[in-house]
Design a protein around this ligand. Structure first.
Ligand SMILES: C[S@@+](CC[C@H](N)C(=O)[O-])C[C@H]1O[C@@H](n2cnc3c(N)ncnc32)[C@H](O)[C@@H]1O
Length: 397
């Protein structure tokens, strides 16, 4: 089994498969930490000085660095190892998943009626899958989030869950929910009077970061939407097995069927950067429609390019060029404050935070960070050199 998938849908890997998964975890860690540091040295010692000699100035932004560095041998080596590692992560978990599919379906069926939780699942067979999902294997995950290989299939959910377990190198925590756990605790401490009774998670995939909201707001009714049926089926069974009631819906976040003013909190994590610009704008407008007056919209995301230095911008946009994440850079070039105000949110209700990872820094640091937010984004987010911090932005309605 993969290390961080320990709930009722875990699959059994053979010893050689476990060795392969561990190898991939360590290889990713080598690329993302050691090789990334090596590349920064090459940049500082060669790329930037050469650029300055030629242009009589430093590179202005990530694009200029990318254009220059892409001819460099170390960068090519880093990129090719990183692409291969990404593909190999998913390949390392496919054999145990394929072997377990029939069993997983049976377990999911049983879990859906489990008395441990009262969640639900609504699949819409007529939903059109957006091209941004159906036309490519996002971040090189074969079959993306929506592909179905048999009736009531949940393969893509199992692939995402087990793949992320290897991919995340432990940074997402024991239940792969560090983002949701850190942010929900932060919000509870920062706004003690805010007590959401209905919460909605957009682009939830298997609900890794949906479930933690139940811990801080146990009385809240939690809903989650995604366009991928297999990830929702898996997410529903996973939530049931964890004893957490969540209502999963197959819907497009750009146009949901929930009523106006029906949620206190509309949340998303790592979602918007996988959506084209037009869709992002529509999702923010939809969030505003769904929020009750006084409600909060909050998106955990990649930090915007405008707020990072040129090197960090270049480093983060790598995925857009080499990891089948075509909307990554487009999203990062947007200005969150502007996107929110264009969707009708008041400028003075805009919020943005950098929240320390609960797994890495502990609850104490999150509580301390509640009062130390200055509204700016800095290089604590993005590369892992200063420990893991989650960026999020949004607005009160
Ligand atoms: C990177 S994943 C999000 C991860 C998840 N929020 C988490 O924290 O674990 C992006 C998800 O967005 C979903 N998605 C993409 N476009 C969507 C849309 N227009 N409406 C709803 N879900 C969408 C994809 O199917 C995918 O599951």
């Amino acid at each position: 089994m993969t290390r961080y998938v320990q709930h009722g849908l875990k699959v059994k890997s053979k010893p050689d498969e476990i060795a392969r998964q561990n190898f991939m975890l360590n290889m990713r860690s080598y690329v993302m930490l050691d090789m990334a540091m090596g590349m920064k040295k090459i940049y500082d010692n060669n790329i930037e000085p050469n650029f300055k000699k030629l242009n009589k100035r430093k590179p202005k932004n990530g694009d200029e660095i990318h254009k220059t560095i892409k001819k460099d041998t170390y960068f090519k080596f880093y990129s090719s190892i990183r692409c291969n590692a990404q593909e190999m992560v998913f390949r390392s978990v496919i054999p145990p998943i394929e072997r377990s599919m029939i069993d997983l379906k049976k377990k999911a069926k049983k879990l859906s009626t489990s008395k441990k939780a009262n969640g639900s699942l609504k699949i819409d067979k007529k939903l059109t899958i957006p091209k941004s999902v159906s036309a490519l294997d996002v971040h090189l995950m074969p079959g993306c989030y929506h592909s179905e290989h048999s009736e009531n299939d949940l393969t893509q959910g199992a692939l995402y869950d087990n793949g992320v377990s290897v991919f995340s190198m432990g940074f997402f925590g024991e239940k792969l929910d560090d983002i949701g756990s850190s942010i929900s605790l932060f919000i509870k401490k920062k706004y003690p009077k805010f007590k959401p009774v209905r919460i909605l998670d957009l682009g939830c995939t298997v609900g890794h970061n949906t479930l933690p909201w139940n811990k801080v707001y146990p009385k809240a009714e939690i809903h989650a939407v995604d366009v991928g049926a297999p990830v929702l089926r898996y997410g529903h069974a996973r939530a049931q097995s964890e004893g957490i009631s969540v209502h999963f819906h197959q819907q497009n976040a750009e146009k949901t069927n929930f009523e106006n003013n029906s949620f206190d909190l509309v949340f998303s994590s790592m979602f918007l950067h996988e959506v084209p610009k037009k869709g992002i704008k529509q999702i923010i407008r939809e969030a505003k429609r769904l929020l009750k007056p006084g409600g909060l919209m909050l998106h955990m995301e990649l930090p915007p390019n405008k707020m990072l230095d040129a090197y960090n911008s270049f480093y983060l946009d790598w995925d857009s060029y080499y990891n089948k994440e075509p909307y990554y850079k487009t999203f990062r070039d947007m200005i969150p404050e502007k996107v929110c105000s264009e969707a009708g949110f008041s400028k003075n209700k805009f919020v943005q935070f950098i929240i320390p990872s609960i797994g890495q820094f502990g609850e104490e640091e999150i509580i301390k960070s509640v009062n130390s937010q200055n509204g700016n984004v800095d290089d604590r987010t993005g590369r892992f050199t200063k420990g893991i911090h989650w960026y999020c932005f949004g607005s009160w309605k």
